[in-house]
Design a protein. Structure first.
Length: 158
């Protein structure tokens, strides 16, 4: 399987490392749980053992996935990017042309999204419609609820 670069913000990278540490703690807890279930005798009829083994397989798969992402991570804050254009890591201030409301979003990797903090995935329909645009331009973005027009007020990299 060929590895591919994973572009992350510093925050996204730290979040992945935190999740990996949490998964490793879960793995250790599950090993202990499996050991206790094994001591209870007949494993064929031990639901606790079967459930713990299933969960262990899931956790081990997630650990492998996180390790691969971390190993292939390229921190975008460290890369030379055109600071005039909207890219991963940009904080964008938009004016909704229909409602005249101003909104601000930060485009982040999928692992670091938090809509309550205004962090949206770079893979979202809104972000995809904004990528490459510059401050002062107007864009039309196809969203699940229909097309919307925005004026890009400001593009910042914080």
């Amino acid at each position: 399987m060929a590895s591919s670069d994973v572009y992350l913000t510093k925050e996204g990278f730290e979040k992945l490392k935190e999740e990996l540490a949490k998964l490793n703690r879960q793995k250790n807890d599950l090993s202990h749980e499996i050991g206790e279930a094994r001591e209870q005798g007949d494993l064929r009829e031990n639901a606790g053992y079967a459930a713990a083994r299933d969960k262990q397989r899931f956790v081990l798969g997630r650990i492998e996935e996180m390790q691969t992402k971390i190993g292939n991570a390229k921190i975008i804050d460290d890369l030379a990017v055109n600071k005039d254009e909207i890219r991963l890591g940009a904080t964008v201030t938009l004016l909704d042309e229909a409602s005249k409301n101003q909104v601000e979003y930060t485009l982040s990797s999928a692992d670091a999204t938090d809509p309550s903090l205004g962090r949206i995935s770079v893979d979202s329909p809104l972000a995809q419609g904004l990528l490459g645009a510059k401050a002062g331009t107007k864009v039309r973005v196809k969203l699940p609820g229909g097309e919307k027009a925005f004026e890009i007020v400001r593009v910042e990299y914080k």
